[in-house]
Design a protein around this ligand. Sequence first.
Ligand SMILES: [Zn+2]
Ligand SMILES: [Zn+2]
Length: 204
Amino acid sequence: MEDCGGVAAGGGGKKPFQLTRSLTYHHHQGHRPAASAARWRRQQLADEPRAQRPQAVVLYTTSLRGVRRTFADCTAVRAILRGFRVAVDERDVSMDAALRRELQALLAARGRAFALPQLFIGGRLVGGADEVRQLNETGQLRRLLDGAAGQDPAFVCDACGGVRFVPCTGCGGGRKVFVEEEDRVVRCGECNENGLVRCANCCS
Ligand SMILES: [Zn+2]
Ligand SMILES: [Zn+2]
């Protein structure tokens, strides 16, 4: 304990690394020095090991209860992910037609039919509820989520209360704004069909 304190104080805040030597060493192995230096710096700045390889976890869901099976599947996948204590960018397509189109395009590009929920990890399609359940049972899901950013499952965003959308400040949620130069009311360009915008506090 005392030894560690002494070293830290003597370092004057500087980390005892040898960047130049490390880059020279890797150069002949075909690494790109600039890219690996940048990555290396980010790793040094990261407080937690998990933050070194941030893998975005994106879950498309719906909060509409119209189709009971779909709603239950969304709840089930959400619960499974919560168990891993990772940050999930949940995209509720019933709140925003643009999110629905986004998922439609992602699935169409992969030759898949539209279905909910759908999980993506690091930009790769993992699949729907059946796939997620199966991967969870075989332990593969844990490996896929290895590089994901951590988050306390009890976290609730102050700004949106966990809804992930907030009323548009541009139009107050009314979806119409008055343009003085044109002397007319136009559709607000900031928000979606429900007068909402994605919560900047908890969504990327
Ligand atoms: Zn608006
Ligand atoms: Zn939020």
